[in-house]
Design a protein around this ligand. Structure first.
Ligand code: GZL
Length: 307
């Protein structure tokens, strides 16, 4: 009888390597770069054959990539959906092809929860609440109006929708806290700077900037300094992500409070891939743990930050 080769964990019973098709949002921010590295490094150490595609923040490119993974008959498809809506058709095609799908980082609004096995990512509403709570605490004794401007993430994306609603929910407790302008900066530095320039032209008295990610906050800081104002003093800045450049600005007092959003989802994704291939049950929702940093805390944490 032929010796049966025991397939190692990263192989299928047939002995061939597990193939994972991953469709990434793009390369728009420091967070995204760290997220991509985590996925590529983790797939490598898991011994998987990773087929990776960068969609340049376009949904149609992600849909094309998923269709290509289906054609290639990969074992598992994973992706970070650039926006929440418009996925049901292509996810149904994956399901009909018998290929399991795992969501990472951002969610989809599909009613049919059988279209994917699990969603691994942060709770963005909670991130918005943490940002809002800090503003409420900071201005609890203020007698006059506190004018807030908001740089939103990519229009239609789960982080933009949820970070906005979580923040709104918390500041509603104090009528002095007013969002006087709110616009998308598409999670990029360039757009964050451009929109902040427009805010500064349109509003003479801005007290607070709430940016949905560090990259937009860093772009806005350039605009604020170009306008002769001191970021972190003349305009209080709250941001989300806690990537190295954001933490560096916080340690310098230019950002006052950062809500961490952990991009290192690679290890949890590969565990989920292995479980799905092995036919094991997995939790439908895996929440990444993360914290917050004041300027002081950012200064202490900076040396040990991985990304
Ligand atoms: C959040 C992620 C967001 C980051 C941005 O999980 O989707 O996209 O907050 C990134 O920096 O561009």
């Amino acid at each position: 009888p032929s010796a049966t080769t025991s397939a190692s964990a990263s192989e299928k019973p047939s002995g061939s390597k597990i193939t994972l098709g991953f469709s990434q949002v793009g390369a728009e921010s420091g967070w995204r770069t760290a997220n991509t590295k985590s996925i590529q490094d983790s797939a490598k150490s898991a011994g998987y054959d990773l087929k990776f595609s960068d969609a340049q923040q376009k949904q149609e490119n992600q849909i094309k990539a998923i269709r290509s993974f289906i054609q290639q008959k990969v074992d598992v498809i994973a992706f970070s959906p650039v926006v929440e809506s418009g996925w049901d058709t292509v996810l149904k095609e994956a399901k009909d092809a018998g290929i399991p799908v795992i969501l990472t980082d951002r969610a989809v609004d599909s009613e049919d929860k059988t279209l994917y096995r699990t969603f691994i990512g942060s709770d963005f509403v909670e991130e918005g609440r943490k940002a809002g709570q800090w503003v409420v605490d900071k201005f609890k004794d203020s007698q006059e109006a506190v004018n807030i401007v908001e740089l939103q993430g990519t229009t239609g994306s789960a982080p933009a929708n949820d970070r906005k609603s979580g923040f709104q929910e918390m500041i509603a407790s104090n009528p002095n806290l007013k969002v006087i302008a709110s616009q998308t900066g598409d999670f990029t530095r360039a757009k964050g700077k451009e929109v902040m320039q427009a805010f500064l032209k349109a509003h003479k008295d801005i007290d607070v900037l709430y940016a949905h990610n560090d990259d937009m906050a860093l772009g806005a800081i350039q605009a604020i300094e170009a306008a002769g104002l001191k970021p972190g003093e003349d305009i209080i800045i709250i941001s989300v992500d806690a990537v190295k450049d954001g933490m560096t600005a916080a340690a310098a007092g230019k950002i006052n409070f950062i809500v961490e959003c952990n991009p290192l989802l690679g290890p949890q994704l590969m565990e989920a891939v292995q479980a799905v291939v092995d036919g094991k049950e997995i939790e439908p929702r895996i929440v990444t743990n993360e914290t917050t940093f004041t300027s002081e805390q950012a200064k202490e944490a900076l040396p040990s930050r991985e990304y």
